[in-house]
Design a protein around this ligand. Structure first.
Ligand code: AKB
Length: 357
């Protein structure tokens, strides 16, 4: 998409440019939705928030941003046009094609997930050198960067720490891992030979997220989607055929915890961070344990199992849980919602209000 076809709209709000602008890509996606809310609550319009998505944002979402852009992250001219108009001091780069979608169109996933990220990293690096200060780059990575070869290996691996089992089997996992490495390059090596300035680089910070459950939105294109799909189906009184076996186990967390973790990592003093990329965990139920919990709250829920080869294979390659001790030690990560509290205090009350059940 050329800048000429990029749609821009502005709300009436006049932001302060004192601290620079925050650019959020993928603002129309599940996490973008929750992050825009959180940024609006935090800054109340006192900070410029620029929301970008492939499609134009609905008016209620756009109201949370000071400017919105519809454009393709993989088109370098879009990033260039945004950088010309705004003094970007933070990039929250959420735009991506998820794992199941990525396996359907691997080349498209490569283009969006890797080229899109390369464009945003370049934008951040150039903004940093223009501003003479580091530009923060927040990047949601994923448990899909891990790959265990067999179910026995998965059981033996247990809670996987950041530097083990790095052999992803999906294009999405490969892409996210590549961007983690590109982030490391931009944070630690880019242009340092030429300028010697460590203070005006990309301050890359990333979290490898597990499956995320939101009570407000239903995910699309992911492989951890069976968790949230099961819940949203039960709340609407619809039967659900789960696409993985009952014993399939991966880590999950709630959307409020996921957004809070990104914000806490963004706020952490750089010198406290021993890594660029962190695991975060919360709970790690099997599909059958999610179904049992769903039935506690929605006794009429109908869950059957119809595993599909491709999606089961992906879930089997992901670890059953993650070791997040580095995040806990370095920046005090602690999930608010364990499995019981996630349902009792967040998912069920919100989902009941949403569907009126
Ligand atoms: C997916 O299923 O692709 C994502 C993820 C685990 O990153 N939700």
């Amino acid at each position: 998409m050329s800048p000429a076809t990029m749609i821009e709209s502005k709300s009436a709000r006049t932001p302060s440019a004192e601290t620079g602008a925050i650019l959020v890509t993928g603002a129309g996606g599940e996490m973008g939705h929750a992050l825009l809310d959180a940024l609006a609550k935090r800054y109340h319009g006192a900070r410029e928030v620029i929301a970008m998505d492939l499609r134009e944002l609905p008016a209620d979402r756009a109201a949370h941003a000071s400017a919105t852009y519809a454009g393709d992250v993989s088109d370098p001219t879009v990033a260039e046009a945004i950088a010309l108009k705004h003094d970007i001091s933070e990039v929250w780069h959420l735009a991506a094609l998820l794992s199941t979608r990525g396996e359907k169109s691997p080349e498209l996933a490569l283009k969006v997930n890797v080229m899109g990220s390369a464009n945003m990293l370049k934008l951040a690096a150039e903004s940093a050198s223009r501003r003479g200060t580091a530009v923060k780059f927040m990047f949601p990575s994923t448990i899909a960067i891990y790959g265990v070869p067999t179910l026995d290996a998965k059981r033996a691996a247990g809670r996987v720490s950041e530097d083990r089992c790095l052999e992803p089997i999906t294009m999405y996992g490969v892409n996210k891992r590549a961007v983690e490495e590109m982030g490391r390059y931009y944070a630690r090596h880019y242009r340092l030979l030429a300028s010697d300035r460590l203070d005006c680089t990309v301050d890359f910070r990333s979290i490898r997220f597990p499956g995320i459950i939101s009570a407000d939105t239903v995910p699309t294109g992911g492989t951890s989607d069976y968790g949230p799909e099961m819940l949203h189906a039960a709340a609407q009184g619809k039967p659900y055929a789960c696409f993985v076996r009952p014993d399939a186990r991966i880590p999950f967390m709630t959307m409020p915890d996921a957004v809070r973790s990104l914000m806490e990592l963004a706020d952490a003093p750089r010198e406290k961070l021993s890594r660029l990329v962190y695991n975060v965990g919360a709970f790690a139920p099997s599909a059958a344990e999610i179904a049992t919990k769903v039935k506690e709250f929605f006794p009429k829920a109908e869950v059957t199992y119809a595993p599909t080869l491709e999606r089961q294979r992906i879930v089997d390659s992901w670890p059953e849980d993650v070791d997040d001790s580095a995040a806990r030690r370095d920046w005090g990560w602690k999930p608010e919602h364990d499995f019981d509290r996630a349902f009792a205090e967040y998912i069920v009350p919100k989902i009941r209000a949403r569907y009126g059940c």
